[in-house]
Design a protein around this ligand. Structure first.
Ligand code: SD4
Length: 335
């Protein structure tokens, strides 16, 4: 081959590489968990999660990521730490009950291949995130709810726990005395309510996310929030990045929150700008913002990250090889 034609081929090869990195060949992407990520240029493990319980959850995820494990295992192990923390009143079986005294749990998980699983309105299982993962891996469905999800968990051999735990039951019995009404007012953080949402990137650059919660404290029986809904509480698209939401689920569902953040990143916003745009949409669409706290966290496939909330007070746990910190999110307004 003449030197000149070799040079031309070299240029074409280079262009092909660039096109592939912009996912024009998405249909041909490998489907196994061992695949090399064609999109990502950053290969440093990174984990982000919501609120201060995120620091312990990130440590759980870091155990997986620092040993070269994948982001799907990391986001599951990470939030399981929070689900098992009996002092936590917003995640897992020690979470706050609904208005009838039942603790009903919502969770979802999504990986870099666009696979997802979710459960909602599940009672008595310590790790709804594990059930969600099994929905993803063992069923043709995207979500199981209530009795069906519980039957699936029982079939998987997961132990049934008694809920509410005594401390929560005691608090509930006191609370219901002065709150007998059926309809609730949206005051989310005032009821000590903080979901755990997590995003992780592994050393292959693969992004996964998870979200798990006991939902809005003293919600109406049957209520499901954004947290188990793909596109609202969590969304991952490896071509772009991922996002997770926390806060008043009704407002997040109504703007397809996490999907909105990912789409904004697709169109060139930084992760923080994308989270801010989702917050702005919530602000525009809700005349009464009293108590309406929502926050988003996001990472793109280059490993850049950001977050934003309606009100002050939202914080985000960030861990990578250089740091392990809890950071305050920028916000639009003050309480
Ligand atoms: C829900 N988004 O059930 C959850 C609650 C939450 O901080 O995130 N609280 O609406």
């Amino acid at each position: 081959m003449k030197r000149r034609s070799f040079f031309k081929l070299g240029i074409l090869g280079g262009v092909g590489g660039t096109l592939a990195s912009h996912n024009l060949f998405a249909g041909n992407q490998p489907k196994t968990t061992k695949s090399i990520n064609p999109y990502n240029s950053g290969k440093q493990p990174l984990v982000l999660s919501t609120w201060n319980h995120g620091v312990a959850a990130n440590a759980g995820a870091w155990d997986v990521l620092s040993k070269g494990g994948n982001s799907l295992d990391a986001v599951m192990q990470g939030v399981m730490v929070t689900e098992s923390d009996r002092s936590n009143r917003s995640v897992g079986i020690s979470g706050m009950p609904d208005r009838t005294g039942h603790v009903t749990l919502d969770a979802c998980i999504m990986d870099w291949e666009g696979r997802s699983g979710a459960v909602a309105y599940v009672e008595g299982y310590e790790h709804p995130i594990q059930i969600a993962r099994q929905v993803m891996e063992q069923t043709p469905h995207a979500m199981l709810v209530g009795k069906g999800a519980e039957a699936f968990a029982a079939k998987l051999g997961m132990p049934l726990m008694k809920t509410p735990i005594p401390e929560v039951e005691k608090e509930y019995k006191e609370w219901i005395k002065s709150n007998p009404e059926l309809i609730v007012k949206p005051i989310i953080n005032h009821e000590n309510h903080d979901t755990i949402g997590m995003l992780a990137m592994d050393s292959n650059g693969h992004i996964s996310g998870s979200c798990t919660t006991s939902g809005w404290a003293y919600k109406m029986a049957g209520r499901v929030g954004d947290s188990p809904i793909i596109g609202a509480g969590l969304f991952i698209d490896q071509e772009v990045g991922g996002a997770v939401a926390t806060g008043l689920g009704e407002a997040i569902i109504r703007i397809a929150g996490s999907h909105t953040v990912v789409e904004c990143m697709r169109h060139g916003y930084t992760p923080e700008e994308a989270c801010r745009e989702a917050v702005n949409r919530i602000i525009k669409k809700n005349k009464d913002l009293t108590g309406l706290q929502c926050g988003f966290i996001a990472m793109n496939n280059k490993g850049e990250y950001g977050y934003y909330s309606v009100y002050n007070g939202f914080n985000v746990a960030v861990r990578n090889e250089q740091m392990d910190r809890l950071l305050d999110a920028p916000f639009d307004r003050k309480w």
